[in-house]
Write a protein that binds this ligand. Structure first.
Ligand code: MN3
Length: 204
């Protein structure tokens, strides 16, 4: 699992073909998003950790969970690029070719599929500028939806990430241009609900 990896971080393969999420997320977007954007976060995270051997043995998950422990000059690059690596690897892993049935556990927690989608979409449209919307578990085990700016990760504020929705423009601009709302509707079709349920079990 990517969150258990340590320095030096490497670009993983996409778990499906670049065109596998068509027509909802297009092949070109997937290529640039994975091979260029994620690769840049990985390179910059490795560069930041190069001079800090004492932190190279920490997993990505530990780096983000224990972010305040890092020296100040390392904290911001790990927050931005370590977050960028974690958030994107999870985002790609939690998409799959369209057709998986909606999670019954999520439906129960949010009063049905439509309510969950409405809340995710409201949070995603309400996130000004770049960021991610997250389905998370809090310390009581309850599921919540939150929006975080930039590449901030729920682990840093004591929440368990379950499912990320990338709302940076680079996630949708090539196909949807400025229409974030259409991108969100399309993303709903390609959620890897099997993997979501796996994470829900793992975080209990
Ligand atoms: Mn992105």
């Amino acid at each position: 699992m990517f969150s258990k990896e340590t320095y030096p971080f490497r670009l993983p393969e996409l778990p499906y073909a670049y065109h596998a999420l068509e027509p909802f997320i297009d092949q070109r977007t997937m290529y640039f998003h994975h091979d260029k954007h994620l690769k840049t976060y990985i390179d910059n995270l490795n560069k930041a950790l190069e001079a800090y051997p004492e932190y190279q043995t920490r997993t990505l998950e530990e780096l983000l969970t224990r972010l305040p422990e890092l020296p100040e000059e390392l904290r911001t690059p790990v927050r931005n690029n370590g977050g960028g690596v974690y958030n994107h690897e999870m985002y790609f892993h939690l998409m799959a070719p369209a057709g998986q049935p909606f999670s019954t556990e999520v439906a129960e927690a949010f009063g049905g599929e439509d309510n969950w989608k409405r809340q995710m979409k409201a949070a995603a449209l309400g996130q000004f500028g770049s960021g991610f919307v997250w389905l998370v578990r809090d310390t009581t085990g309850a599921m919540k939806i939150i929006a975080l700016p930039n590449q901030d990760n729920p682990l840093t504020i004591g929440l368990q990430p379950i499912l990320p929705l990338d709302v940076w423009e680079h996630a949708y601009y090539l196909k949807h241009q400025n229409l974030r709302s259409d991108y969100i509707d399309d993303w709903f079709h390609v959620i890897n609900w099997n993997a979501v349920e796996q994470r829900l079990n793992d975080t209990l």
